[in-house]
Design a protein. Structure first.
Ligand SMILES: [Zn+2]
Length: 756
């Protein structure tokens, strides 16, 4: 479903500008500034529509979490006669049901008490029933059913159609002509047809359907699936029979009828062709509207390329006009109040995301709406003439401005909360946008394919989607889904950058702080930095995962600017450039190179990006025999510490450890020294935050000391003489000191060159 967008008027533009205005936030403990009044205008159409409905009581089970289902509905055979003049319905639904339990004695059916129920049959015989609530009855089975037993349950009903929700059953007019239509989402199907009681928070049981609608013969009937027949009946009536052959969740079953103008089209796809069925009001049958609807053909091409084949190729896709100020993705037949390309793209994309793969429960509605909303932006990227700029513009237009609640809905009892524009639609779309940038295009679309393959024809949760992503990227993704789906908010970044020059090398030191309100998480996100020097622009990705971090980036020329997330891949509530604050010391250079091997090391130098307070007590030097004595000098001007061993370092591995008791001479913050952090926040390591020792190893080796006695002398030459000649294949051949494949005079020369 997609809510109506308000028309763009000068007044609304002014509100948007206010909402986007910079809000400085300096004290994280202070109350948050109030969200600007009217920032939630985009949801107004739906909220007003919802408020129009009479306040039907919520059923006792509503939102309480689905009880473990004991039945699987295989098929709904719904036959209903609609009297538009009276606003009433008379009909019956015969459900084909398979028991999932032994000793099943009762079946719950949702049907409003606005209807009389003249007949309830189990396998064709009258069955007793009791009403549990205004929405729900319990039918007693004449004989208990066991696992796998299949039986039929018929509930006949008659009475006035009284709408709930967003207009679950409405009788209205367009240009003075009667129209009726349905929109059951979320749990309001009970206001117009009897169906399995699924606890109101479980969308996973899907069934095929035959839908027979009898209405005045001048009406054309829109519904799910494939049109089977239109049969004239006595009294100026006509029965229209649609058959939905793909399993469908309850809230997607629909019907609408009026004096539609029908026009068709054929979509040719890789595997053949599929009919398109468009039903619009005669007064709206204009070339402009027809052309707008025919844009669905390239949309089918684009979404099939991105998501895989259209899910209901054996049926159809269609759009019918109805009076709802927005759209509703009824399976194979979307209702739309208008024909703009974003609305059409949204409802079409729902056929994959919402209809074929359905949110398992309303807590996870973003899996429907976030996907459909992101599809609007993907259409702008991949449509004929589309562009990445179009993608980013579309996402900017879909930026949420309210962040108080999470996208995941812990207690989904209020449809206005479930369909909140900011949390469900916009942030839901941004979650996908950010995931795409975090894992890359290939992994993102592979993840969508894995998710679809695992849950097509059923329902899914956020954890199911996360598992699909993890199956593609091969690493845990809970950090991403936890902070973005299950927590409120979006980051408030503060950032600054300065240039440093150390030993002739230029660096940008970038400070990123998260100044979000305390109710928000500290976000872990890869962030693009657009680094511009005299040599040009480059993009550096840093992994920001703390409240305050400093990153050190080597430069190829004088620094001009550093832009945080220049393409706006990260959803932020606030980004503020602030004054640079000195961070922790970072190591920019070490000699000799860490990990290197040398016959002798006279001293080790360590250079910092900024002045530090350091002493010999901060340093240890250990080798094969344990700690070794050394002398220590710190050169303030060069920001370099020099460690000189007291004696000759013996062969083996040596380790220089710099404790994080080294602190910045300016900020007093402790060394950011981790040498195993990935990715490093500086050229020699670090994780961006103060704290963490630096550990460097070197190897002293004298290959000519063949017997390892610490001296190169005649004993080593005797090793060469005893191995004289070509090296054995395969080796080893340690006496071949110059690596030419033979032990010979050249190796004796090598020994003599390292004598002593
Ligand atoms: Zn939608």
């Amino acid at each position: 479903m997609r809510p109506a967008r308000p028309p763009i008027t000068p007044a609304l533009v002014a509100v948007s500008a206010l909402a986007a205005a910079h809000v400085a936030y300096t004290d994280p403990t202070a109350p948050r500034p109030a969200d600007p009044v009217g920032a939630d205008l985009c949801a107004a159409g739906k909220i007003l529509r919802f408020a129009d409905g009479p306040a039907l009581p919520l059923p006792a089970t509503e939102g309480a979490g689905a009880p473990a289902s004991q039945t699987d509905v295989l098929h709904n055979d719904l036959s209903v006669t609609v009297d538009p003049a009276a606003g009433s319905l008379t009909g019956a639904n015969t459900m084909t049901i398979r028991s999932l339990a032994d000793g099943l004695t009762e079946v719950g059916v949702r049907i409003s008490d606005q209807f009389s129920l003249p007949q309830v049959l189990v396998d064709g015989a009258a069955a007793p029933w009791t009403r549990l609530s205004p929405t729900t009855i319990r039918v007693t089975l004449p004989t208990p059913m066991n696992t796998g037993d299949v039986f039929s349950l018929t509930v006949a009903y008659s009475g006035p159609g009284v709408a709930a929700g967003f207009g679950s059953i409405t009788f209205g007019t367009h240009a003075g002509t009667p129209i009726f239509s349905t929109l059951s989402e979320t749990w309001y199907a009970y206001t117009w047809w009897p169906h399995k009681d699924d606890g109101q928070n479980d969308n996973r049981d899907k069934a095929t359907a035959d839908i027979r609608v009898t209405a005045p013969d001048w009406m054309t009937i829109a519904s799910n699936g494939v049109l089977q027949s239109e049969t004239p009946l006595a009294g100026g009536l006509k029965e229209t029979h649609w058959a939905a052959t793909s399993p469908m969740t309850t809230y997607l079953l629909s019907m609408a009828g009026t004096n539609y103008t029908r026009f068709g089209a054929v979509w040719s796809h890789a595997g053949g062709s599929m009919p398109l069925d468009f039903l619009i009001y005669p007064e709206n049958d204009t070339p402009t509207n027809r052309n707008a609807l025919l844009q669905i053909i390239p949309m089918l091409d684009v979404f099939s390329a991105l998501y895989g084949p259209y899910p209901f190729l054996n049926e159809k896709y269609g759009v019918y006009q109805f009076n709802f100020p927005g759209g509703m993705e009824h399976q194979t037949m979307s209702g739309q109040g208008s024909f703009g390309q974003s609305l059409s793209a949204h409802e079409l994309a729902h056929q994959w995301w919402g209809d074929e793969v359905t949110c398992a429960d309303w807590s996870n509605i973003w899996l429907n709406e976030g996907f459909a909303t992101y599809s609007e932006a993907l259409w702008q990227e991949f449509r004929p003439g589309g562009s990445v700029a179009g993608l980013h513009a579309a996402m900017a237009a879909r930026r949420p401005t309210v962040f108080l609640s999470s996208t995941f809905i812990p207690n989904p009892v209020n449809p206005n909360r479930i369909f909140n524009t900011h949390y469900t639609y916009r942030k839901g779309a941004w979650i996908l946008h950010m995931l795409r940038h975090a894992i890359g295009d290939q992994a993102f679309f592979d993840s969508l394919a894995a998710y679809r393959a695992a849950h097509a024809g059923g329902g899914a949760t956020t954890d199911d989607f996360r598992a699909a992503v993890e199956s593609v990227v091969g690493e845990p993704m809970d950090w991403f889904f936890q902070e973005w789906v299950f927590e409120p908010g979006a980051p408030w970044y503060e950032h600054a950058a300065i240039e440093r020059v150390v030993g002739g090398q230029r660096y940008a030191e970038v400070m990123i702080r998260q100044a979000s309100p305390p109710t928000y998480p500290i976000y872990t996100m890869p962030i693009d930095l657009g680094v511009t020097t005299d040599a040009g622009l480059s993009t550096v990705i840093v992994r920001n995962d703390a409240a305050a971090e400093h990153f050190l980036i080597p430069l190829d020329g004088p620094l001009q600017s550093v832009e945080l997330d220049p393409d706006s891949w990260v959803l932020t509530e606030d980004v503020t450039a602030v004054a640079f604050a000195e961070g922790p010391p970072k190591i920019v250079a070490v000699t000799p190179a860490p990990g290197s091997t040398a016959p002798v090391i006279d001293d080790v130098t360590i250079t910092f990006q900024a002045p530090v307070t350091i002493s010999q007590a901060d340093v240890t030097l250990t080798g094969p025999g344990g700690a070794a004595a050394f002398s220590f000098v710190y050169d303030d001007a060069a920001q370099t510490a020099t460690i000189t061993p007291a004696g000759t370092l013996t062969p083996g591995q040596w380790t220089v450890t710099l404790a994080d008791t080294v602190v910045s001479a300016i900020s007093g913050l402790a060394l950011d020294g981790e040498t195993n952090a990935a990715p490093p926040a500086g050229p020699m390591g670090g994780d961006g935050e103060p704290g963490g020792a630096a550990v460097f190893t070197f190897t002293i080796a004298r290959p000519a000391d063949l017997n390892g006695d610490g001296v190169v002398n005649g004993a080593d030459i005797s090793f060469i003489l005893s191995a004289w000649g070509p090296c054995p294949i395969p080796g080893p051949c340690p006496e071949d000191l110059n690596g030419d494949g033979a032990v010979n005079g050249a190796d004796i020369t090598f020994v003599l060159s390292d004598w002593g």
